[in-house]
Design a protein around this ligand. Structure first.
Ligand code: ADP
Ligand code: MG
Length: 676
């Protein structure tokens, strides 16, 4: 068996299962072994239940009182009730659709039941739908960690586990050549089937180290845009100063400083390579516009790329409005993938002839067909960086290009210096003064009804709401709310007068665009979404954000989500709803209540997150890591940085060559960070 063999070559994987695997981007055995469990189930030793176990998952050794067994039918559901006894104390069980247990379970045998223990007001124990094992069966699995994989409909966890178990020991996994306590192959094996939590954590760290080292090596070997001279010096012009005087507001101190950085870069005679980090709502757009105006008034072309059509349109409309109102004299054009071929061709011609000096659009602006007459400035919005390949393709379009990346992710400075290497960073860490601060609440699920009433009231006032759920559809983790079912449930709760739609990353781009514009136009009252809703989207009318399973998100991410409300002149609200009401969760979430400063929040996130949050929702997925998360794994990132710095020293060139060669092994090349 070979690492590049098709998934279908695994015993037990047929056409149908293979199609499911494809949906998870698993095509061959390598893809499968890099499909990392998202959590584990531990079959812990049985306990004698106590009232303090309320709400906890417990295994309990019991006998069944079979004469208590009864079943009733409710619609499609058959519900059985049976009493189990542990140490003389009754536990009342409810079980769905398994009436046959009446015949299978024996009074004189010992069993282990495992499930969420509920303790009633009078102290009675009960369990809903526990897993039932014979005592002997349980003995066998007790103490082991069972992997829980990301799934799609039609694929069970058991099927994935079985497939992985079959190949993981049978195939030859090469070593990555990085020095460490564990070799890569052992780490990969034990990340699927760890002996205990500690060995999982160790294995995970080792793989994250591998990822970070590959990333940093790729980045640093190609970063050569540093000191490229600009053909012709740009000069400061009157247009930008005039606009700044005419604007109805004064730039904040942080915006002024950021603009000064850019002005200095662009008139320095060298290529700018700058990242603008500013919290949501800190006013990055006007800075981009100023740069575009400076560029245009030096008689060059500049383009602004947004990640989605909705955002590109928003920018275009805002720029046109400024342009007309203040007579700036720009000749902007909008370029979207969804435009008709005729319209696009028209625009291409005009761009090539130099009839436009500002081009705003989505990825369409980088298409091969777009030939610029004189491109000298490229700005991307809501990006974390320019991938090296992207940079190369841009530089092909113009000899000398100033690059500017705008991001709302406030990455702590210590990490940013590692991740961004030679990119200069400007930080906008100050909010415009006219904002009404968002009111925040951290609540348990018991508050849900009230939250719905609240949303209802806001909608009656003509406002709109967002609801964020962590997953797309039922399947991966039944403890988490999912967008599809949630939207249906909410429809019933709120009634037909309220328009509800949902949005998630598995939808087509077209569909996503349509729904976002409908929401923007006010035709949708409540948008139930995963985290795909845009960072930059500006729907001033949205005043409520309800985030379900808030405990599973990183603080920085929650903060970004919250930034979608509070953008207009109305009071806005953010409700963080958690399924876990312990002290640690509360401490973390309360950080969001105490401050609105994204950088502070990111720092706290670093401090408060620990190995316990390994299974939270990843927040820096934008960098393309499989499992690494620059926040959660900040310590590993620092280690990787030191390692890479060391092997890049001239005296270690042999070592560098050896590591590069190992990392170029097809087994590891799952991610080309240069194209991200
Ligand atoms: P982001 O940084 O999230 O992209 P935007 O650029 O969309 O933020 O700005 C959010 C809103 O704040 C816009 O409506 C913009 O016009 C306004 N704005 C920007 N700078 C200022 C300022 N200095 N004072 C007042 N309002 C501002
Ligand atoms: Mg923005």
């Amino acid at each position: 068996m070979n690492i590049t063999d098709d998934i279908i070559s695994i015993k037990g994987v047929g056409e149908k299962t293979a199609t499911c695997f494809h949906k998870l981007n698993i095509f061959n055995i390598r893809d499968l072994i890099f499909h990392i469990p998202r959590s584990f189930t531990l079959y812990e030793g049985p306990v004698i239940p106590t009232p303090s176990d309320n709400g906890e998952t417990k295994a309990v050794r019991v006998y069944f009182k079979m004469n208590s067994f009864s079943s009733v039918k409710k619609g499609h559901l058959n519900i059985s009730h049976v009493t189990a006894v542990c140490n003389g104390k009754n536990i009342y069980l409810s079980i769905f659709n398994m009436p046959y247990l009446k015949k299978q379970l024996k009074t004189d045998r010992e069993y282990v039941i495992r499930g969420t223990l509920e303790v009633g007001k009078q102290g009675a124990f009960s369990m809903l739908q526990p897993a039932i094992f014979t005592y002997e069966q349980y003995e066998e699995i007790a103490g082991t960690l069972l992997p829980q994989y990301p799934l799609v409909k039609g694929l069970t966890n058991a099927a994935v586990t079985k497939a992985v178990r079959q190949v993981i020991d049978a195939i030859d996994i090469p070593d990555d050549g990085l020095i460490g306590d564990t070799d890569f192959a052992s780490a990969l094996r034990s990340i699927h089937f760890p002996q205990d939590m500690d060995s999982f954590i160790g294995a995970r760290k080792r793989i994250v180290f591998h990822e970070f080292v590959s990333f940093l090596l790729q980045m640093r070997s190609d970063n050569n845009t540093g000191n490229i001279a600009f053909n012709e010096m740009m000069v400061e012009t009157a247009q930008t100063t005039r606009l700044l005087e005419a604007l109805p507001y004064k730039l904040t101190g942080a915006q002024q400083k950021c603009w000064a950085d850019i002005l200095k870069d662009m008139t320095s005679g060298k290529c700018m390579n700058r990242m603008i980090q500013g919290d949501v709502g800190s006013g990055k757009t006007i800075i981009a516009f100023l740069a575009l105006i400076l560029n245009a008034s030096n008689a060059h072309q500049g383009c602004l790329m947004a990640p989605t059509e909705v955002l590109a349109k928003q920018h275009f409309e805002n720029l046109c409005e400024l342009n007309d109102r203040f007579g700036i004299g720009l000749k902007p054009v909008l370029l979207l993938g969804s435009m008709s071929a005729k319209a696009k061709n028209e625009s291409y011609k005009e761009i090539e002839n130099g009839e436009h000096d500002v081009i705003i659009g989505t990825h369409a602006v980088f298409q091969k067909k777009v030939i610029y007459k004189d491109l000298t400035l490229v700005i991307t919005d809501e990006q974390h960086r320019f991938g090296v390949k992207q940079r190369e393709s841009i530089i092909e379009k113009g000899d000398c290009v100033h690059l500017m990346v705008m991001s709302a992710t406030p990455i702590p400075r210590s990490l940013a210096m590692i991740v961004y290497g030679d990119t200069s960073i400007s930080v906008i860490n100050e909010m415009p003064v006219n904002r009404i601060p968002i009111k925040n609440a951290v609540v348990g699920r018991g508050y849900r009804r009230k939250a719905y009433e609240f949303i209802n009231d806001e909608i009656k006032k003509g406002n709109q709401a967002y609801v964020i759920c962590p997953q797309v559809e039922e399947g991966e983790d039944s403890d988490l709310e999912n967008v599809v079912d949630y939207a249906a449930k909410l429809e019933q709760e709120l009634g037909p007068a309220i328009n509800i739609a949902f949005l998630h990353g598995k939808m087509s781009t077209d569909m996503k665009n349509r729904i976002m514009s409908e929401f923007k136009d006010g035709n949708i009252d409540v948008l139930v979404s995963t985290t795909v809703i845009e960072v930059g989207i500006d729907v001033k009318n949205a005043t409520v954000m309800l985030i379900e399973n808030a405990e599973r998100f990183g603080l920085a991410q929650l903060h970004q989500l919250r930034g979608r409300v509070g953008r207009g002149d109305k009071q806005s609200y953010c409700i963080f709803m958690t399924a876990k009401e312990d002290e640690k969760t509360n401490e973390r979430l309360n950080v969001l209540k105490s401050t609105n400063d994204g950088f502070k929040i990111a720092d706290e996130d670093l401090r408060l997150r620990g190995p316990g949050d390994l299974f939270g929702i990843r927040q820096s997925g934008e960098f393309g890591f499989l499992i690494g998360d620059i926040y959660n794994d900040a310590d590993v990132l620092r280690e990787a940085d030191l390692y890479v710095q060391n092997i890049m020293k001239p005296e270690n060139s042999d070592e560098l060559a050896r590591v590069n060669e190992r990392l170029n092994d097809t087994c590891f090349n799952t991610v080309d960070f240069r194209s991200i």
